[in-house]
Every structure is written in structure tokens, then in C-alpha cells.
Design a protein around this ligand. Structure first.
Ligand code: FAD
Length: 437
């Protein structure tokens, strides 16, 4: 194909990026980032700044090779129609999507020109791609079937042909968002790759199995998620790095975690729109206690968002999210369970809020985990006893004391986990009684 549009949205890297492997025979190629305007505008300022910083950094890397990155924030279908027409595009090349609205977008695009989708952000593609007709019902089944086969092929050598690319597009980022150098330093290809290599060499990595359930701090986990969500690192490269190092229990566990990510990516392609349905895949997820839009649901949701539920463990995690744009996996599981089961709110509101706030937002990992906890996925619901979890994972209440210094300030140690009065009441559940410090 001689006129190509390469959509590089979640593949912000030069290394192991098959989308950039433009054959020499190509007449012209356009490197494009097209952000969904509605989604972008709903994101937190922190997330917008991160996205802008990473795109600006990628634009610089491409510019150093003489390639112009054309960036748009618009309604995707309308913008793609315009570009395809204006540039007389014959082929659109993009990463294989997970979410149904992107799948539909590419279906529409295929009525205008050819579309080539490459699964460049998954571990299993090509011959290793799962059989979607017989997709396993759990991540552990999926892993035990697929992991033995998983010898990731060497990351693709850079075969990019800069002379094919067309310049004179718009400036790298047309929004008013301030970019943030710190973000670029941490999460750009260069920053994330340095951080990952340092992590692999560190003692922190060998302790991952023991520390992965911590709630905050440096290097208690890999911190790969942001770079994987934006594609500044190649997941296949990370897998290969793990595979080539010593297979100690932490390395094995981390690969297991990468399989959760992988599972949700394929699960989304198998189940499509059902992944976003309130009652879930089997239409048997428990419905929320308070109907969406009711004043109780609205008020409960607001308190949860703002970290004002009266449960220190929940409020500390929600404030951490507001301060940093991130939350540990343990924290995410607990706040999700609390919103759905104690506050009786539709799980999809929580998933949407996370989508707007999380720096590492990834459609399949986020919505897949929410559905999993709410019982809208394949298995039963996961209802956590928040008081038990507080004491298990924050035994000395260091985490809640750090995030909520004024709460339960007359108490010491584990007692700081006691629910506290807020908005005229103190939350209470019978199931907490055996664990109350
Ligand atoms: P590590 O523990 O070091 O794990 C390494 C990598 O494995 C992660 O970067 C991630 O790619 C993958 N991984 C680990 N656990 C999971 C999991 N449960 N599901 C899918 N992948 C996993 N992760 C996201 O990347 N984006 C999201 O939007 C997201 N939303 C979530 C929402 C909820 C309600 C829950 C319970 C979990 C969510 N996760 C999400 C999964 C997990 O919490 C994060 O991947 C993890 O906390 C990121 O930190 P890390 O990179 O240090 O993880």
C-alpha cells in the first residue's frame, strides 16, 4: 500500500513497535496520534498532563529521525474520515484494540480503506493468539494453557523508513495542557526503560513476592503499569527480560501478574459490549442496592470519590489516588469492593471514575478488574472485609496515619483503623466486629 496512516495512540515507543515498520515501497506515511476528545476532557488534569508529556516526548524522538507526529484531540470517527480523505489514505495501520467502541471504529474505517491491526501491546499474538471460540473462563486456566507456549519472539528490530513519512502537520499537542517534565522523565520510553532495568537489578525485585501487597512507597512493586498503558515500554520486551533473568519466586510471580493483564485484553475481545453491562457477562451480577441517580447513590459515590466515607483504609486510598493518580492493587481491590458492596453503588461509576483518574488507566485491566470484583465477570463477586484487610495490610496503621494525619488522632497503632464519624454518622457493618482493633 502506498499511502498509509499509522495510528500510534498507545504505542509511544520506537523500540519493538511494528506499527512503524513502514516498507520502503510506501509512497507516503503519516504518523498520527488521535485522542478521543470526550475521554480526554473527562480525564483528571494530572492524567492529561502525563498524556501530553509522553506524546511530546515521543514527538521529539520521531522528530530526531525526521518524522513529524500529527496530533489531534477530536471525535475519532469524524477526524479519521477527514484525514483519510485529505491525505487519500489507502491503508490505516493501528494496534489491535480491546474495547468494543474501538473495534467498531475500525469496522467503520474499513468501509473507507484497508485496515491492518497489529497486536503490538500483547504477549500473545500471531500464532500464539488464543482461540476466542474456546476462551478459558478464568485467568488461572488461561495461564496454565498459554504460559508453557509463551516464548516471546525477539522484539522487532527497528525497520522504520523515515523518508516515507510526511511532515508539515500540526504541532505535537494542540491542547492548552501544561506538560510535565517529571512525568516524561519517569514514564517516557527512556525513563521507564531505565527504571525497569534498575528495578530488575535491585533487591526490591527479589523481594517483590513479599512486598507486592504494600500500599505505598518506592519499588514495592514493578511500577510498570503506566509505561505499559501508554506503550512506552513493550510488554514483550519486559517478558523477555524476566525470562532471561534468574527464575526466582518474584520473577515467576511478576510474570503471573503480566498474565492477568494479558487475560483481560483477550477477554475484552471475546466478550465485547457485555464487559460494560451492569449485570455483567452472565447477566447475574448483583444489582446495586441504590439505583443509579438516586440521591443516596449520588451521595455515597461523592463521599467515596472524596475519601470521606468514615473508613480510614478506604479514605486513605482514595486520597492517595487524588494526590498521585495511582493506587496499589490491594487498595484498588478494597475501594472497589467497598463502593459496590457497602455503599451499594453501580460498579460502572467506580470504573468510570478510575478511568478518569488513574495514570495507568487501561481499558481492559480497569474494567476487567472492576467487573471481577463486582461479580460481573466470569466468577463470583469478591466482597472484601475492609476491617480485616486494614489490619492485615496496614498492621501498624502507618499508611492511614500518613494520608489522614487528623483522623483518630487520639488513638495509636491499629486503633487508628476504627471507623470515624463523618457527615453526622459513623459507618458500621456487623462483619467488621471480629476485627475491630
Ligand atoms: P505489579 O504488581 O508490579 O504488576 C506488574 C504488572 O502486571 C502491572 O504493571 C500490570 O500490567 C500487570 N498486573 C498486575 N496485576 C494486575 C491485575 N489485577 N489486572 C491486570 N493487570 C495486572 N492495572 C492497570 O494497568 N490499569 C488499570 O486501569 C487498572 N485498574 C484496576 C482497577 C481495579 C479495581 C483493580 C483491582 C486493579 C486494577 N489494575 C489496573 C490492576 C493493578 O492494580 C495494577 O496493574 C497494578 O497495581 C499496577 O502497579 P504495578 O505496575 O507496580 O504492578
Amino acid at each position: 500500500m502506498s499511502r498509509q496512516l499509522l495510528l500510534l495512540n498507545e504505542t509511544l515507543r520506537l523500540q519493538d513497535n511494528p506499527l512503524l515498520n513502514v516498507p520502503k515501497s510506501t509512497d507516503s506515511a503519516y504518523a498520527v496520534i488521535l485522542l478521543n476528545q470526550h475521554q480526554f476532557e473527562q480525564s483528571s488534569p494530572k492524567r492529561q498532563a502525563l498524556q501530553a508529556a509522553l506524546i511530546a516526548d515521543f514527538a521529539k524522538q520521531l522528530a530526531a529521525r525526521g518524522i513529524q507526529l500529527h496530533c489531534y484531540i477530536a471525535e475519532p470517527w469524524q477526524q479519521l474520515q477527514k484525514l483519510i480523505k485529505a491525505w487519500q489514505i489507502e491503508l490505516v495501520v493501528a494496534a489491535t484494540p480491546c474495547a468494543i467502541d474501538e473495534v467498531r471504529l475500525f469496522d467503520k474505517v474499513s468501509s473507507l480503506c484497508k485496515v491492518q491491526l497489529l497486536d503490538c501491546n500483547s504477549l500473545l499474538d500471531g500464532q500464539l493468539a488464543p482461540d476466542y471460540q474456546r476462551f478459558p473462563k478464568s485467568c488461572s486456566q488461561f495461564r496454565s494453557q498459554r504460559e508453557p507456549e509463551l516464548l516471546v519472539s525477539a522484539p522487532i528490530a527497528d525497520r522504520c523508513c523515515p523518508s516515507a513519512f510526511i511532515g508539515n502537520g500540526c504541532s505535537p499537542f494542540t491542547s492548552q495542557t501544561e506538560t510535565n517534565e517529571q512525568f516524561a522523565a519517569e514514564y517516557s520510553s527512556e525513563g521507564a526503560s531505565k527504571r525497569w532495568q534498575n528495578y530488575l537489578q535491585s533487591r526490591a525485585f527479589s523481594a517483590y513476592l513479599q512486598t507486592r501487597n504494600q500500599l505505598y512507597g518506592a519499588d514495592y512493586a514493578s511500577f510498570l503499569s503506566v509505561a505499559l498503558a501508554f506503550g512506552t515500554l513493550s510488554v514483550r520486551q519486559c517478558w523477555q527480560d524476566l525470562q532471561q533473568g534468574p527464575q526466582h519466586p518474584s520473577a515467576v510471580w511478576l510474570k503471573q501478574e503480566l498474565f492477568w493483564r494479558e487475560y483481560f485484553r483477550h477477554y475484552f475481545r471475546v466478550h465485547g459490549a457485555a464487559c460494560f453491562a451492569e449485570a455483567g457477562l452472565a447477566r447475574r451480577a448483583p444489582l446495586p442496592k441504590f439505583p443509579k441517580g438516586s440521591s443516596t447513590a449520588r451521595e455515597n459515590f461523592r463521599r467515596w470519590q472524596q475519601g470521606e466515607t468514615g473508613v480510614p483504609f478506604i479514605d486513605a486510598n482514595m486520597r492517595l489516588l487524588a494526590n498521585t493518580g495511582l493506587m496499589s492493587n490491594r487498595g484498588r481491590q478494597n475501594v472497589a469492593s467497598y463502593l459496590v458492596f457497602e455503599l451499594g453503588v453501580d460498579w460502572r461509576l467506580g470504573a468510570t471514575f478510575f478511568e478518569q483518574q488513574l495514570l495507568d488507566f487501561d481499558v481492559a485491566s480497569n474494567w476487567g478488574n472492576w467487573a471481577y470484583i463486582a461479580g460481573a465477570g466470569e466468577g463470583p463477586a469478591r466482597h472484601f472485609n475492609v476491617m480485616k484487610q486494614s489490619l492485615q495490610y496496614d498492621k501498624d496503621a502507618e499508611f492511614v496515619s500518613l494520608l489522614l494525619p487528623d483522623i483518630n488522632s487520639t488513638l495509636t497503632g491499629p486503633a487508628k483503623h476504627r471507623p470515624y464519624p463523618i457527615h453526622g454518622s459513623t459507618p458500621w457493618q456487623e462483619s467488621w466486629a471480629p476485627y475491630l482493633p
